[in-house]
Write a protein that binds this ligand. Structure first.
Ligand code: TXA
Ligand code: MG
Length: 320
């Protein structure tokens, strides 16, 4: 439970150039005043993130868009009306005065109105744009609880607003509207189908657009333990082959373990996409904490509802 006094105090911390971690419906953000260079420098340092990497600016209200974006297309207006507040980030041409530290020196800016009472309360109390990447160390799993933030950033953050577990559990859908055609840079809870309905045409995917999205590194959101995604049919034989070489394995499957084994930690993940996403990062953090040799994840469905999850599992596999 977060009280108004805490939210006001957090807004004050932002005004002084401090860092506030706050819950959104997707993941926890590490907030800094998007107009304060020193605050942004502290935020990049706390995350251990390269300064060329752009951050999303969070706004209390769609009415603030013209302060941050120089061109707001009719598609942007329609999408904002439909999905904000919500788990969608729009990349738009930046307004004059938006700091290079926010945009990574590009001529575009990422903007989002999050759908969480604490986030919206903080943004309203603060009044300006809040730059907020996910509140984890660079390259690690995004935090979906205040406890995750404490473990990752500890004293590097001035204040953590604890809003409990995030409902969505994976980061926002990112749609680039600054080019000739809309490009989906990161899948999320707002699916391609939902975007298509509003746009009247499907957005291009990053691969199809052949433009490299800055900052979308291949290895990202990774646990420390090597992770591998394995098809359902091969899951058991793969686990057994590792066990036969005396390895300890942590498995995230969607069915129970047939025969108990002391060298296997078997976790059964939810069978529907919403709950699977909600638990995803907490489950991966837990499996990562066991100190096993490998994390094995049973592959998920290829349906559109699982698109964001598939994307995050692929990224987590980067170092596996
Ligand atoms: O759900 C979310 O989006 C969460 C919550 C806190 O809002 N935030 C989040 O931020 O995931 P972050 O920084 O971890 O990921 C933002 C992504 C990065 O991959 C960054 O490269 C991309 O957004 N991004 C930000 N501004 C951009 C821009 N102008 N052009 C292209 N990509 C941009
Ligand atoms: Mg992140």
């Amino acid at each position: 439970m977060v009280f108004e006094t805490e939210i006001n105090e957090a807004a004050e911390v932002l005004r002084r150039g401090g860092l506030v971690a706050f819950p959104t419906e997707t993941v926890y953000g590490l907030g800094a005043d998007a107009s304060n260079l020193k605050a942004l420098a502290r935020m990049f340092a706390a995350k251990g993130r390269p300064t060329s990497h752009p951050v999303i600016v969070h706004l209390a209200d769609v009415m603030m868009l013209p302060e941050w974006a120089s061109e707001i297309s009719s598609a942007a207006v329609r999408l904002a009306e439909r999905f904000w507040p919500g788990p969608m980030t729009l990349i738009l041409p930046r307004a004059q005065g938006v700091l290079d530290a926010v945009t990574g020196g590009q001529d575009t800016v990422g903007l989002r109105v999050p759908n969480h009472p604490v986030a919206l309360g903080l943004l309203k109390a603060f009044g300006g744009g809040v730059a907020a990447p996910s509140a984890n160390r660079f390259g690690r799993l995004s935090p979906t609880s205040a406890e995750h933030v404490r473990m990752d950033l500890g004293i590097l953050v001035d204040m953590i607003l604890d809003g409990g577990a995030c409902t969505v559990g994976v980061e926002s859908t990112i749609l680039d509207l600054s080019r000739e055609h809309p490009v989906l840079l990161r899948p999320g809870a707002i699916t391609i189908e939902m975007l298509t309905e509003v746009l009247g045409e499907p957005p291009l995917t990053r691969e199809a657009s052949s433009t490299r999205a800055p900052g979308t590194l291949k290895i990202h959101y990774a646990p420390k333990t090597p992770l591998k995604v394995v098809n359902s049919e091969e899951l058991m034989s793969f686990v057994e082959s590792l066990l036969s070489t005396d390895k300890h394995v942590a498995v995230m499957a969607r069915r129970p373990l047939p025969v108990a084994n002391p060298n296997v930690h078997w976790l059964v993940a939810p069978s529907d996409a919403k709950n699977y996403a909600h638990d995803l990062y907490a489950n991966l953090r837990f499996l990562d904490s066991l100190g096993s040799d490998r994390i094995i994840v049973e592959a998920v469905s290829t349906d559109v509802d699982w698109h964001a999850i598939q994307d995050r599992l692929q990224r987590a596999e980067g170092n596996g």
